[in-house]
Write a protein that binds this ligand. Structure first.
Ligand code: SF4
Length: 136
């Protein structure tokens, strides 16, 4: 079992990684990690935003779901060194209520990382913290 969100994030990524090029249905991931579909979708969206996986909408047993497939670039990166999640700890996207409609590709979407004040505040806050640390 996982202790926190970041550990869950890592374990879900591992499960998708294990499924290889065939990928795994988002519904299977939800089942395996006891996530409701909203949390499962949010988590998969986060992995997709970080370019670790791709999501393909697919009809499975008469129901639409997503197939989660690890990106080749992420496999290469992962083999080179384990993914560091410390840098994304506390990112607002993990708990964002608008994540489902946030897109960096859909210009019509009112929510995107490029226009997001919450993301900007979090990044600026991170810079300020490391600047204060380096000043001491
Ligand atoms: S709206 Fe902002 S905080 Fe929410 S998912 Fe998009 S970038 Fe992240």
């Amino acid at each position: 079992m996982y202790k926190n969100k970041h550990e869950l994030f890592e374990q879900v990524f591992q499960a998708i990684l294990k499924s290889g090029e065939n990928g795994v249905f988002q519904t299977e991931i939800c089942k395996e990690f006891s996530l409701d579909s909203r949390d499962g979708s949010r988590l998969a969206g986060n992995l997709e935003k970080q370019s670790l996986i791709s999501r393909e909408k697919i009809l499975n047993k008469g129901r639409w779901t997503y197939k989660l497939i690890v990106k080749k670039s992420a496999i290469a990166e992962y083999n080179r060194k384990p993914i560091q999640i410390d840098c994304v700890m506390g990112a607002p996207c993990f708990s964002c209520a608008y994540q489902h409609s946030c897109s960096s590709e859909d210009e019509a979407s009112p929510y995107s990382p490029a226009k997001c004040v919450w993301l900007e505040e979090w990044i600026v806050g991170g810079f300020e913290k490391s600047y204060v640390k380096s000043e001491k």
